[in-house]
Design a protein around this ligand. Structure first.
Ligand code: NAD
Length: 490
């Protein structure tokens, strides 16, 4: 057994959770906090044999779990949600320490949402009734059957939220699961295993194998016994995962990066737009659905910039565990270098800094909220996802131009559009994206579809869309008259 990890009086295992038991590896990797780079502990690195054991356990547990039906699974999943709730403070502290997420956001947003992810889908699975289609010839009983063993792979920027968002529907639909948590922020997934264990989920129903993406993750997604792969992360990784899964024709759901537009029309409420604009620095800009390309009507650009600057100047950058902090650290020194290099290249390419642009004095992994202008549509900073507190601002003169600019990248995840409601809605309709908020940001509902188009993803999760992905749809055909076999029968 590897030594337990102790964070602020909380004890969490650094090991895998396979077939209802903790399993350690001889190989481990070091985990550091983005807050101050202190070593949090050493995490077990999943071997091929451990990935294999997790899939075997999930396969063994599948039949009985699927046979419980949605009604039988619901009490198990409700207990799982309860056990998450009992550990709320620990989840908050762990993810704040290993991922740098604001403690206040964990408490008020992420942990309640994680519980809801499990509870809501357990309840919603009760609607997965057989749906008969009656024709003159036959009754077609359309069923949603559990697909089998599901692999779930999530990124470090919101591990608890994103893992439960996939776990809820996958388990509620009757699948068994192997999760490969993000190696830069693996602690809340480990505590999810504790919650599942305490809830009495049958062994093998939910397994966690810690490890690096290129080794443990790659081994997992190439296994032919998988029925589905649900992935959230970057475009490059998605391509590798899709290739590995394609070798076995395993369907993938891919929720990927974004370069979403934040449109401010001439008739926008500039105060509202500016206040919402400052929210794009949440989680130090490490949010896939943030609007990172500001497209502002030239007639209101100066007024908008001065309002947004006033909000940004008020932002408190610092320790995510402090109640007053609004912008925390960047996850990893490698990501800090990446963000810095993006800004340096943009400036060398002619971009001008409206604010920020440098490291923040608070610490080694803190970057100033930054806004670049005078950027060209085809420049790297406009076209590529930075995934840090770095935004761009371009101006436009008419609706046609802003729609072309909004749609002028390979991404299509989200978007924000501020303006008079009918006008903003009409523009939003023409932005090529998976979702877009009119005069608002971040309103989500578990019943609604979520996902991206173009390079931002393949497929949709959320509500019925999750079940479409995590289930096998079957048509059981029962004829209404005796069937007469005939070669001329169609
Ligand atoms: P990443 O792609 O580097 O890693 C994501 C996960 O994939 C990690 O757990 C990693 O270990 C694993 N992985 C890496 N290589 C693998 C392989 N070959 N096989 C299997 N697994 C592998 O992404 P990241 O840097 O952790 O996260 C940031 C990215 O995630 C950004 O692009 C962001 O936009 C995106 N994201 C998207 C959403 C969404 O819902 N669309 C949400 C959050 C983050």
């Amino acid at each position: 057994m590897t030594s337990m990890i102790h964070v602020a009086g909380i004890h969490v295992s650094p090991d895998h959770y396979i077939d209802g038991q903790r399993v350690a590896s001889t190989e481990t990797f070091e985990l550091r906090s983005p807050i101050d780079q202190r070593v949090l502990g050493h995490i077990s690195e999943g071997s091929d044999a451990q990935v294999d054991a997790a899939i075997t356990a999930a396969q063994r547990a599948f039949r009985a779990w699927a046979a419980l039906g949605a009604e039988g699974r619901k009490p198990n999943l409700d207990r799982f949600a309860d056990e998450i709730g009992k550990r709320a403070d620990a989840f908050c502290m762990l993810e704040s320490n290993d991922a740098g997420v604001l403690l206040s956001r964990m408490k008020h947003g992420v942990v309640p949402r994680a519980m809801l992810n499990i509870r809501w889908f357990a309840e919603h699975a009760l609607t997965l009734q057989d749906r008969p289609i009656e024709t003159e010839q036959a009754t077609h009983i359309v069923r949603h059957d559990a697909a089998g063993v599901v692999a779930i792979i999530t990124p470090w920027n919101a591990p608890l939220m994103l893992t439960t968002w996939k776990l809820g529907p996958a388990l509620a639909a009757g699948n068994t699961v192997v999760v490969k948590p993000p190696e830069w922020a693996p602690l809340t997934c480990s505590m999810l295993a504790d919650a599942a264990h305490a809830a009495g989920l049958p062994p093998g129903v939910l397994n966690f194998v810690q490890g690096a993406g290129a080794t443990t993750g790659a081994r997992l997604v190439s296994d032919p016994r998988l029925a589905r792969v649900s992935f959230t992360g970057s475009v490059g990784t998605a391509k590798r995962i899709a290739q590995a899964a394609a070798a076995n024709l395993v369907p993938c759901s891919l929720e990927l990066g974004g370069k979403s537009p934040f449109i401010v029309l001439e008739d926008a409420d500039l105060d509202g737009a500016a206040a919402t604009g400052a929210l794009m620095y949440r989680n130090a800009g490490q949010v896939c659905l943030a609007g990172t390309r500001f497209l502002v009507h030239s007639k209101v650009a100066n007024a908008f910039v001065s309002r947004m600057r006033a909000h940004v100047e008020q932002l408190t950058v610092g320790d995510p565990r402090e109640a007053a902090t609004e912008v925390g650290p960047i996850i990893h020194p490698r990501q800090v270098e990446r963000v810095k290099a993006f800004v340096e290249r943009a400036v060398a390419d002619g971009a001008e800094l409206l604010w920020g642009g440098a490291m923040h004095p608070f610490g080694a992994q803190y970057f100033q909220p930054t806004m670049l202008t005078h950027v060209k549509q085809d420049s790297e900073i406009v076209q590529n996802e930075v995934f840090g507190p770095v935004l761009t601002l371009q101006t436009f003169d008419d609706d046609e131009e802003v729609i072309a600019m909004a749609n002028g990248t390979d991404y299509g995840l989200g978007g924000v559009c501020y303006g008079e409601v009918a006008h903003a809605t009409a523009i939003a309709m023409q932005v090529a994206t998976g979702f877009i908020w009119v005069n608002s940001f971040g309103i989500r509902d578990l019943a609604a579809p979520f996902g991206g188009i173009k390079r931002s993803g393949v497929g949709r999760e959320g509500g019925d869309w999750s079940f479409e992905f995590f289930c096998d749809v079957k048509d059981v055909v029962v004829p209404k008259k005796p069937f007469k076999a005939s070669f001329s029968h169609r």
